[in-house]
Design a protein around this ligand. Structure first.
Ligand code: ZN
Length: 322
């Protein structure tokens, strides 16, 4: 993602896996809720970082992709992207968990890392944390047998990072040099006539820092941000989800926003000192931070559904009154 001026930004334990806990009547009636393990997510980030720098088109990214597929059971959506460095083979990893309806919540994050010639950039937080947390979200949702109304579509994006040094340096009108994977995903959803059933998009990006502090991204959809921040407060994560504005200026949620999909970006940019530096390494990541985000995302899903269904019911009432 691209940094805006700092002035803009300054605007304002290991969980017990459900299988080990004694099932109670409620859990049996409603199915076991998804449980996110911060430690497992951390192991995923570690694995990804160990592959080394993972820019689009690299062998290292291919290895990371293989790992993600093995861990999640996701499938590849491949294409060849036109970039300032020529044609680059890219692939998103997609996992769809069918709900009772085709109304869909997309949860995504990028797994590529920015290319640097001058130093080895392993992107533990930038590219690693989002992918690791998403692998564990996939695991948690798959392990849970709780029924869900909405379909969940998990997407690991390739090509979030600009090929050129700066975010906007090499873009042309209608063809930015960034967010390749999320733009591809939105295009595919449109092609398959599925975009109109995508009700919300939750994006993870740089959310594993030991001193995690997520502000409210100023491009994100306010009601959706509110749902996540309220959930965080109720779960005791107010220190991680703070009440200040985060100015990001562009990320994988932009193509979704442009397509009219309510979107939220969970990102720590202005207060992450190691962004796009050789110091973005595994020692900056903590299982506790990954868990905070995993817990909030999982607990928010039914709330997002309720909100959308509530609005729809209200709309119908209005129409019938007219
Ligand atoms: Zn980046």
């Amino acid at each position: 993602m691209r940094a805006k001026l700092l002035a803009l930004a300054a605007g304002l334990l290991l969980a017990t896996a459900c299988v080990w806990s004694a099932p109670n009547a409620r859990a049996q009636a409603h199915g076991a809720a998804a449980t996110f393990s911060g430690q497992r997510a951390y192991e995923d980030v570690k694995k990804l970082v160990e592959f080394g720098p993972r820019p689009s088109g690299s062998k290292e990214l291919e290895r990371a992709r293989k790992y993600i597929v093995e861990q999640t059971g996701g499938t590849l959506e491949e294409w060849v992207a036109d970039t300032p460095a020529g044609k680059v083979k890219m692939a998103n990893v997609v996992l769809e968990l069918k709900g009772q309806t085709d109304d869909t919540i997309v949860i995504g994050g990028h797994y590529d890392t920015k290319r640097y010639k001058e130093f080895a950039f392993v992107g533990a937080n930038d590219g690693g944390s989002s992918a690791g947390a998403l692998v564990e979200i996939a695991r948690a949702l798959r392990a849970s047998n709780a029924p869900h109304r909405f379909t969940y579509r998990l997407v690991f994006f390739d090509g979030e990072e600009a090929v050129c040094r700066e975010w906007d340096e090499c873009g042309k009108p209608g063809a930015p040099d960034n967010t390749y994977g999320s733009r591809y995903e939105v295009g595919r959803l449109k092609e398959r006539d599925r975009l109109k059933r995508v009700r919300a998009f939750i994006l993870l990006d740089m959310m594993g820092y030991d001193k995690l502090e997520l502000g409210r991204d100023d491009m994100s959809t306010p009601w959706l941000v509110d749902v996540l921040w309220r959930t965080a407060r109720e779960l005791g994560y107010s220190k991680q989800f703070v009440e200040r504005v985060e100015g990001v200026g562009g990320d994988d949620h932009v193509p979704f926003l442009q397509a009219g999909v309510p979107s939220v970006d969970l990102i720590q940019l202005s207060t992450y000192p190691h962004w796009h530096t050789p110091e973005d390494t595994l020692d900056k990541i903590s299982p506790r931070s990954l868990k905070a985000v995993g817990d909030v995302v999982l607990a928010s899903l039914p709330r997002v559904e309720e909100k959308i269904l509530g609005e729809r019911a209200k709309g119908k009432e209005e129409t019938s009154k007219q």
